[in-house]
Design a protein. Structure first.
Length: 133
């Protein structure tokens, strides 16, 4: 893993959350997109090398909707940038981590992604991210 790619924050209302984080970080949203397959709308902000991803559910049965129903708004995941997502998935699986998908999925911000189950990482959902070739 090269570095933290972003921190994902689950929110109920993207518009109001975006305004809060723009004020807090003194920067503007640079990208918003919908990932239909995950039932989520994402918005990105960047401060220096650090990125924040705000996540709003677009479906009542989406992972973000379920997360907010159980835990409320807040930090959803920490994403790490990787060189080779397939190799990193194999390495983590060999180390005994539970992966939530067997192959990388299309993610936001031009990434291939895979998630590591929170039970494998002391209650933290970990996302692996590789920029699409």
């Amino acid at each position: 893993m090269k570095q933290i790619e972003h921190i994902g924050i689950a929110v109920k209302d993207m518009e109001s959350a975006g305004k809060i984080y723009e004020k807090l970080l003194n920067t503007s949203v640079y990208k918003t997109e919908v990932i239909e397959s995950e039932g989520v709308k994402t918005t990105f902000l960047q401060v220096g090398p650090n990125k924040i991803e705000l996540l709003e559910a677009t479906a009542t049965n989406s992972p973000i909707s379920n997360f907010i129903a159980k835990k409320g708004e807040g930090i959803h995941h920490i994403a790490f940038d990787v060189e080779d997502i397939i190799a990193e998935m194999a390495r983590l699986k060999n180390e005994g981590f539970i992966l939530l998908n067997d192959t990388p999925k299309e993610g936001a911000d031009n990434k291939l992604v895979c998630f590591v189950h929170p039970k494998s990482a002391n209650g933290v959902l970990i996302e692996l991210c590789q920029t699409k070739p």
